[in-house]
Ligand binder design. Structure first.
Ligand code: IFM
Length: 474
């Protein structure tokens, strides 16, 4: 039986500025926290940096043409804050905005819908030097930046996202320190989480004021699909605790107007949450037009068995935990297939996530703003790149999406992470998430088999088989 998606379902691919653009010193761009972090010895595998990345900045037209050839309907990209507002304050730099104007124009000319994310982790270094996300001021700076971008691109971009995966910014950036800015202070991470939430709310207000009514504003979260290893009270409590720190710390204020009581109680040894000021919660809870969910793999937890509380963020060797006040929790790798990141392949987690948010946010359209997998792709002798594992991963997860839609989830679109192989943060270029292979010596692009497979899906709305013949490029 064919698996057919609803008419109008948005099929996209995604990237993020620091992971693909390169050109870090062009057009007045100043360093972001990721420039500083990646240039700090020992922080990124192999000493890789985003200095050149995959040169999307100069190959923009080629990359848009590639998407058009494949037949995808939308492109999710992020704007580099230090490229358009160097140092994070003051007026916009037109040369920086020009890149995004040209990108959006190219996309629209090819009938590809632009989906713009304002913040995918590249905080201007000067704002970090002034305290970064643990400081309230950064939320206000973010709202001003949102306003500048909206004024420049609001006439041609309809789909706007404030933040990508604020959990990573707060907890990998300020608690475990495996992401920029590399701080290891659990209280700073909780403060950062709140100020990211606040920055989101203030940015939504700025965007509503600056954008035409047709604009659709959302945020992309990476909720943890967290499962207790057993039904024992200790394991269930570990699950509740991680659910609070990973999920409800964002969904609480965004969707229900409050931080959860159990989260406040769990973290009482670190803070009384006095950094939440009057009016913050109503700012954060401003109406959204859609909610973005990024999903890769579920997490399995138990009461502590002595192993460190790291979780499946892929940084099991990190010295510091990303989970404040959760030393009583252990994480476990479920048995079964894994991707090159070591993350388990479990499409049921995506189904559960979609159904959970269908219940938690009734009436709010959902978008899968990231899903995909890293594999060790290599070109064959004839130059083609076959990635059957990725096709199976996508097929399984898209079958789960279809099932969720059939069961009532209002899912409007899916963005494959990623369009291109790119800079995978502290893993540098060692993990390939792209549907398009990038030769890092020449930066030439070769669509993998999965890109053609996904393009066929995007053009027809019908899920192709995962096995059998490789679909020929059409
Ligand atoms: O590459 C990242 C992306 O920047 C954010 N979400 C997860 C992806 C894979 O780790």
């Amino acid at each position: 039986m064919s698996v057919t998606f609803p008419h109008g379902f948005l099929w996209g691919t995604a990237t993020a500025a620091y992971q693909v653009e390169g050109a870090v010193r062009e057009g007045g761009r100043t360093p972001s926290i990721w420039d500083t972090f990646s240039h700090t010895p020992g922080k990124v595998l192999g000493g890789d940096t985003g200095d050149t990345a995959v040169d999307h900045f100069h190959r923009r037209a080629e990359d848009v043409a590639l998407m058009a050839d494949l037949g995808v309907g939308a492109y999710r990209f992020s704007v580099s804050w230090p490229r358009v507002q160097p140092t994070g304050r003051g007026p916009a730099v037109q040369r920086g905005l020009d890149f995004y104007r040209a990108l959006v124009d190219d996309l629209l000319e090819h009938g590809i819908q632009p989906a713009l994310t304002l913040y995918h982790w590249d905080l201007p270094q000067e704002l970090e030097s002034a305290g970064g996300w643990p400081e309230r001021e950064t939320a206000h700076r973010f709202a001003d930046y949102a306003q500048l971008v909206a004024e420049a691109l609001g006439d041609r971009v309809e789909m706007w996202s404030t933040l990508n995966e604020p959990w990573c910014s707060a907890f990998l950036g300020y608690a475990s320190g495996v992401h920029a800015p590399g701080r290891t202070d659990p209280l700073a991470a909780l403060r950062a989480a709140h100020h990211l939430n606040l920055g989101h709310g203030l940015a939504v207000q700025a965007l509503r004021g600056a954008l035409p009514r047709r604009a659709r504003i959302g945020i992309s979260l990476n909720p943890s699909v967290v499962r207790a290893r057993t039904e024992s009270p200790g394991d269930l409590d570990a699950c509740r605790r991680i659910d609070a720190l990973a999920n409800r710390i964002f969904s609480g204020p965004l969707l229900r107007g409050a931080y959860p009581d159990d989260l406040r109680a769990d973290t009482a040894s670190l803070t009384d949450w006095g950094f939440v000021k009057d009016g913050d919660l109503s700012a954060i809870g401003r109406r959204l037009d859609w909610l973005g969910l990024n999903y890769y793999a579920p997490a399995v937890v138990s009461a502590s068995d002595g192993s460190p509380a790291h979780g499946n963020d892929g940084h099991a060797s990190a010295e510091y935990s990303p989970w404040p006040a959760a030393d009583s929790v252990s994480f476990h790798q479920p048995p079964g297939e894994r991707t090159e990141m070591g993350w388990s392949v479990d499409p049921s987690g995506l189904y559960d996530l979609l159904m959970q948010y269908t219940r938690e946010a009734p009436g709010l359209p959902l978008m899968i703003t990231e899903n995909g997998a890293a594999y060790d792709d290599e070109p064959a002798a004839d130059g083609t790149v076959h990635d059957p594992d990725r096709i199976r991963y996508l097929h399984g997860h898209l079958t789960a999406v279809h099932r969720a839609i059939s069961d009532g989830a209002d899912v409007r679109g899916y963005f494959l992470w990623s369009l291109l192989d790119n800079f995978e943060w502290s893993y540098g270029y060692s993990k390939r998430f792209g549907a398009v292979y990038v030769d890092y010596a020449t930066r030439s692009r070769t669509p993998k088999t999965s890109a053609h497979w996904y393009g066929r899906l995007a053009r027809t709305g019908v899920l192709p088989e995962a096995t059998g013949a490789v679909p020929a490029p059409e």
